[in-house]
Design a protein around this ligand. Structure first.
Ligand code: TRP
Length: 484
C-alpha cells in the first residue's frame, strides 16, 4: 500500500511539501493569535509553556499524523481506517478522522472572516488611512469596521472564493503554486519588519516581555490555552497534516520535515512577537488588547512612524499570505472527503465545500455586531465566533491529538511506523513512541481535567477574580510606567 500515490495527487517533492505544510502551520495563529494570547497570559511564562507543548506534544503528534497520511494515502478517516485495519485495531478509530475533518471545517468557518480583516487592512494601509490618525480614531475605525457584518462578509467572501479557487486547481497546480510564492514573500516581509523593530528603542522591552517568564501570571487556564494553541498553530488534529502527508512522496524523511515545519512555525511566531511587541510598547499601547491587538495597536504605530504606509501595507500583506496558505489547507480535507464520498470532480467538490464554508461563516461575521453576546469563556470569546473558537482550539484539537497519540503510540504495528520512519535511529524512534504513549496523553489529560475544574491546582497564581479587586490599577500603571 505504501508505494501507491494518493488519488488526490502528489507534491512535486520535498520542498513543495515543506512549503505547503509550513504554509498551513504559519497562519493567523502565529501573527494574530499568538501575540494576543501571549499578551493576555503575561508574556514569557506563557511562551515557555507553549514551547514545552510544541516539543513534548506537538512535534511527536505532527510526525504521527504525517505518517498516518503517507501510509494510508487517502482522506484522513480512510487512512486511519486502513491503518487500523492492517494493524488489527478496531474500525471505530476512523471516527476521529471524521471528527478532524469536521474540526477543520469549523475552524475555516471563522478563519475566513479574520483573514478578511487582514485583506481589508491591506487596502486601508495602502490608501493611507492610518497616517497621522490618533489612537482613538484608529480604535474607532476598527470598531466601525467589525460593527458592520455585511462589510465583514464582503471581505470574507473574497477570501472564501480565492481559497476555493486554489483548492479547485488541485495539489500541484493550485496548492503548490500558491505556497511557492506566498511563503518566501512572507519570510522576506517578516525580516524587514523585524529589522525595523530592531532599530527602535523599545526592542529590548518587547524582547524581555516575550522571554522573561513571570510565573505569577500563570495558571491552569493558561496551560489549556498554551496546549490548544500548540495544536492550532501546527495545524494538528484536524485532518490537515494527515491529508498533506498522504500526498508526500515515499523518499522524504518524515522526522526531518516535521522538525523543519515545527521549528519554522515557532520561529515565525516568536519573530512576529519581536516585531510586534516593541511597537506596542514604544507607543504605550496595551499588550493584552485581545483579538483586536494587531488591528488596532499596529495601525496606530504605522500612522506615526516614517514610511508607515509602506510598513503597514507590508505587514498586512504578510498576514494575508499567511492566512491564505492556512485557509487552503483547512479546505483541503473537506474537499477531499467530498470527492471521495460523492465521486465529484475536484473542481465541483471544492466549490461545494467552499459554498458550505461561506454559509457557515455568516454567524461569525455577525458575532462582532448584531449577534454579539457574551460567552462563559471570557471577553475574547464573543458570540458564535467565541464558542467555535474556544471549542475547536481548546477542546476538540487537544482531544483529537490525544486520539492520534494513543492510536499511533499503541495501536499501529511497529513494523508499519518503523518503515515510515526508516531514517530514524532506534533510540529516537523509541523516544518518539514513548512520548506518544505516555507523555503526551498524560499531559493532555492533566491539563484537561484541570480546565474542567476537576483538579484545582494553580501554581503561583491566586484564584483569578480576587486580586483584581485589591489592585485594579496595577496593570495599567505598570504599562504606562514601562512604556514611558
Ligand atoms: N495553523 C494555522 C495558523 O496558525 C491555522 C490552521 C491551518 C489550522 N490548518 C489548521 C489550525 C488545522 C488547526 C487545524 O493560523
Amino acid at each position: 500500500m505504501e508505494d501507491n500515490q494518493s488519488v488526490h495527487g502528489e507534491w512535486s517533492g520535498r520542498l513543495a511539501f515543506i512549503l505547503a505544510a509550513t504554509g498551513s502551520a504559519v497562519g493567523l495563529g502565529n501573527i494574530w493569535k499568538f501575540p494576543y494570547v501571549t499578551g493576555e497570559n503575561g508574556g514569557g511564562a506563557f511562551v515557555l509553556l507553549y514551547l514545552l507543548c510544541i516539543v513534548l506534544i506537538g512535534i511527536p503528534v505532527l510526525m504521527a499524523e504525517i505518517l498516518i497520511g503517507r501510509r494510508g494515502r487517502q482522506t484522513p478517516h480512510r487512512s486511519i481506517g486502513a491503518l487500523a485495519n492492517e494493524s488489527g485495531a478496531g474500525v471505530h478509530w476512523s471516527w476521529f478522522g471524521l471528527m478532524g475533518v469536521a474540526c477543520s471545517f469549523l475552524l475555516l468557518s471563522f478563519y475566513v472572516v479574520i483573514a478578511g480583516w487582514a485583506v481589508a487592512y491591506v487596502v486601508f494601509a495602502v490608501t493611507g488611512q492610518f497616517s497621522g490618525e490618533s489612537a482613538d480614531n484608529i480604535g474607532g475605525m476598527f470598531n466601525n469596521f467589525i460593527g458592520d457584518w455585511k462589510v465583514l462578509m464582503g471581505w470574507s467572501t473574497l477570501v472564501t472564493v480565492l481559497t476555493t479557487y486554489i483548492v479547485a486547481r488541485g495539489v500541484s497546480k493550485g496548492l503548490e503554486k500558491a505556497v511557492m510564492f506566498m511563503m518566501p514573500g512572507l519570510g522576506a516581509i517578516l525580516l524587514i519588519l523585524v529589522g525595523y523593530a530592531l532599530s527602535q528603542g523599545e526592542f529590548m522591552h518587547g524582547f524581555s516581555f516575550l522571554f522573561q517568564p513571570d510565573f505569577s501570571k500563570l495558571n491552569f487556564d493558561s496551560a489549556i490555552v498554551a496546549l490548544g494553541h500548540a495544536f492550532f498553530t501546527l495545524s494538528l488534529a484536524s485532518g490537515v497534516m494527515i491529508a498533506y502527508g498522504s500526498y508526500l512522496p515515499r523518499n522524504v524523511s518524515i522526522a526531518k520535515t516535521s522538525l523543519i515545519i515545527a521549528v519554522t512555525d515557532t520561529a515565525v511566531a516568536l519573530v512576529a512577537g519581536m516585531a510586534i511587541f516593541p511597537i506596542v510598547f514604544q507607543y504605550a499601547l496595551d499588550p493584552s488588547a485581545g483579538p483586536g491587538l494587531i488591528f488596532v495597536t499596529l495601525p496606530i504605530a504605522f500612522g506615526q512612524m516614517p514610511l508607515g504606509t509602506i510598513f503597514g501595507a507590508l505587514f498586512f500583506i504578510m498576514l494575508s499570505f499567511a492566512a491564505f496558505t492556512s485557509a487552503i489547507s483547512l479546505l483541503e480535507p473537506s474537499a477531499a472527503l467530498i470527492i471521495e464520498k460523492f465521486s465529484l470532480t475536484r473542481g465541483k467538490a471544492a466549490i461545494f465545500a467552499g459554498g458550505l464554508i461561506w454559509l457557515a461563516s455568516i454567524p461569525h461575521a455577525l458575532s462582532f455586531n448584531e449577534l454579539a453576546f457574551e460567552t462563559p469563556f471570557g471577553p475574547d470569546y464573543v458570540g458564535v465566533f467565541g464558542i467555535v473558537d474556544y471549542l475547536t482550539a481548546n477542546i476538540l484539537l487537544p482531544l483529537g491529538g490525544l486520539c492520534i497519540a494513543l492510536f499511533v503510540g499503541w495501536k499501529i504495528k511497529d513494523e508499519f511506523s518503523r518503515r515510515e520512519l526508516d531514517d530514524v535511529a532506534d533510540a529516537h524512534f523509541n523516544l518518539w513512541r514513548l512520548t506518544l504513549r505516555f507523555i503526551a496523553p498524560v499531559l493532555i489529560i492533566v491539563v484537561f481535567l484541570n480546565g474542567l475544574g476537576f483538579l484545582k491546582f494553580t501554581p503561583g497564581a491566586p484564584p483569578e477574580e480576587e486580586p483584581a479587586l485589591e489592585q485594579p490599577l496595577e496593570p495599567a500603571e505598570e504599562q504606562v510606567a514601562e512604556a514611558g
